[in-house]
Design a protein around this ligand. Structure first.
Ligand code: AMP
Ligand code: ZN
Length: 115
């Protein structure tokens, strides 16, 4: 946990969030500024600053995050229609919050342009 990290504060409950899924390892909540009808952020409870900081010992956690994405897709009813998973990493991607997060976008037919 990092004291000045926004997402660590959300994990600790110091900042409210609209929770979608939680277990011992991960937390998912709705993005405050959604880019699609469904926009969920999935984060590890362990503070990892970005994808670039993922270590070998995080392998199980990262694999679990992908399993949880599908659990959420099932739970929220968009497993069949599909979704897009985005991870911003570093300056050029526009990463604003330095705590690893998966953007799960769904609920609309998306185009093929990223930028
Ligand atoms: P990124 O640009 O990849 O770092 O994404 C950060 C995301 O966090 C953005 O989509 C923001 O809308 C979202 N965000 C920032 N503050 C909050 C918050 N308090 N609750 C939910 N989502 C947030
Ligand atoms: Zn953090």
């Amino acid at each position: 946990m990092e004291n000045d990290c926004l997402f660590c504060k959300i994990i600790k409950g110091e900042i409210p969030s609209s929770k979608v899924y939680e277990d011992d390892d991960v937390l998912a909540f709705r993005d405050i500024n959604p880019a699609a009808p469904i926009h969920i952020l999935l984060i590890p409870k362990k503070h990892i600053a970005s994808l670039a900081e993922v270590k070998k010992e995080d392998g199980e956690l990262i694999a679990k995050m992908h399993q949880v994405v599908n659990k959420i897709a099932d739970q929220e009813g968009f497993k069949k229609s599909g979704y897009r998973l985005i991870v911003n990493c570093g300056k050029d991607s526009g990463q604003e919050v330095m705590h690893l997060h998966f953007h799960i976008l769904a609920g609309v037919k998306m185009g093929d342009k990223i930028v």
